[in-house]
Design a protein around this ligand. Structure first.
Ligand code: NDP
Ligand code: GDR
Length: 345
């Protein structure tokens, strides 16, 4: 019988890659979608035609119980979140509800549907629903140790990071309290052509494509010195799946162990189209964060050893992939505009 998976956040970057990956392994996959007319649902349906849908919202406990009960999943991947860090200063309470209490509600939905009525220290049993929580390197925040591993202490620097830390510990607590197979992947930044345009790598790749085609003149960025460990989302969803296939549940750091600054990202992206980044990029102090995470770098040796996982795509190749995808789309959009303006009706 095909395994069954439920993904929250299926309309996001990781959701679409994870759905494709699980379907390629023979799973039946349901994505949780919210709202009465979500255009991102149409987009993911086009990208992943075999994906099935169930309605629900991380803000609504009953809808999650119904979704888990309807799908009867073997595995639940909780990727749903407000994932743009600056939003968490603007709407900290909403981010707490979705990214924090949403984790608790999903764990509760699994507990209720599984009939786990009493806390019990008993270990994982076969046939249990397995749960993956999308934890984040933002939990490390102000780092005093580099690279960061599963044992590095947390010092989150944004409401987003604080709330992800809550979800992380709640996941561990359900594992320890109910014997649930519940794990967190502490994932470092991962990008792709499907990355939201608000995140810095995609903001850069989109701007490079527009500037190359003469559709934009300049690019404003915030902190050019911020350093991240950027990998490819398609590689990281393999790690998510592997975390749920182990004999015992555990948490894993996933990253590349390579560090690049925002400045490097801009330089590499502009070089892809033969331009010098310094001719186009300026710093807008308004984009600098009130409390910045200056530098992050993953020690993913635990994942390498126990999951046999390695990233395949290096950062320059990732930036090239994103720039080329944005160039193709910008050219297509230009051609369609030209066709429309030449239309005779
Ligand atoms: P995206 O921002 O691309 O996707 C977020 C998803 O969450 C969307 O599908 C969105 O759906 C959904 N969502 C938002 N609010 C709710 C809600 N109330 N109920 C149900 N779903 C909701 O994020 P990514 O794919 O990049 O990231 C996936 C997860 O991994 C997130 O939890 C993120 O915080 C975490 N993470 C990401 C990293 C990265 O570098 N990408 C690194 C570490 C962790 P809708 O279309 O309805 O808005
Ligand atoms: P991050 O990703 O906050 O690390 O969170 P983002 O791409 O937004 O920022 C990375 C770094 O770049 C600096 N920066 C800018 N960022 C944006 N968005 N726009 C700019 O113009 C800009 N200029 C400089 C930022 O200050 C920051 O230091 C991502 C999200 O996917 C989270 O959900 C996830 O948990 C973490 O990665 C790991």
């Amino acid at each position: 019988m095909a395994k069954r998976a439920l993904i929250t956040g299926v309309t996001g970057q990781d959701g679409s890659y994870l759905a494709e990956h699980l379907l390629s392994l023979g799973y039946r996959v349901w994505g949780l979608t919210r709202g009465q007319a979500n255009p991102r649902k149409d987009r993911v349906s086009r990208l992943v035609p075999d994906l099935e849908f169930v309605h629900g919202d991380l803000m609504d406990q009953g809808s999650l119980v119904t979704a888990v009960n309807t799908v009867q999943p073997d595995e639940v991947y909780n990727l749903g979140a407000i994932s743009f860090v600056p939003m968490s200063w603007q709407q900290p309470e909403l981010v707490t509800e979705v990214n924090g209490t949403g984790v608790l509600r999903t764990l509760e939905a699994i507990r209720i549907v599984s009939g786990l009525t009493k806390p019990s220290a008993s270990s994982v049993v076969d046939g249990q629903i397995r749960f993956y929580q999308a934890s984040s390197s933002e939990m490390f925040g102000m780092v005093t140790q580099s690279p960061q591993s599963e044992t590095t202490s947390f010092h989150p620097r944004s409401p987003y990071g604080v709330v992800k830390t809550y979800g992380h510990y709640m996941t561990r607590n359900y594992r320890e309290s109910y014997g649930m197979y519940a794990v967190s992947g502490i994932l470092f930044n991962h990008e792709s052509p499907r990355r939201g345009a608000e995140f810095v790598t995609r903001k850069i790749s989109l701007a490079v494509a527009q500037i190359k085609l003469g559709l934009q003149e300049k690019l404003s960025l915030g902190n050019l010195d911020a350093v991240r460990d950027w990998g490819f989302a398609g590689d990281y969803v393999r790690a998510m799946h592997l975390m749920l296939q182990q004999d015992q549940p555990d948490d894993y750091v996933v990253g590349t162990g390579q560090m690049h600054s925002v400045r490097d990202a801009a330089r590499i992206a502009f070089e892809c189209v033969g331009l010098n980044w310094e001719d186009y990029v300026s710093v807008d102090p308004g984009l600098v964060r009130p409390a910045e995470v200056e530098t992050l770098c993953a020690d993913y040796s635990h994942a390498r050893k126990h999951l046999d996982w390695e990233p395949k795509v290096e950062f320059p190749e990732l930036m090239r992939m994103m720039v080329e995808s944005d160039l193709r789309q910008a050219r297509l959009a230009s051609e369609q505009r030209a066709e429309l303006s030449g239309a005779t009706w």
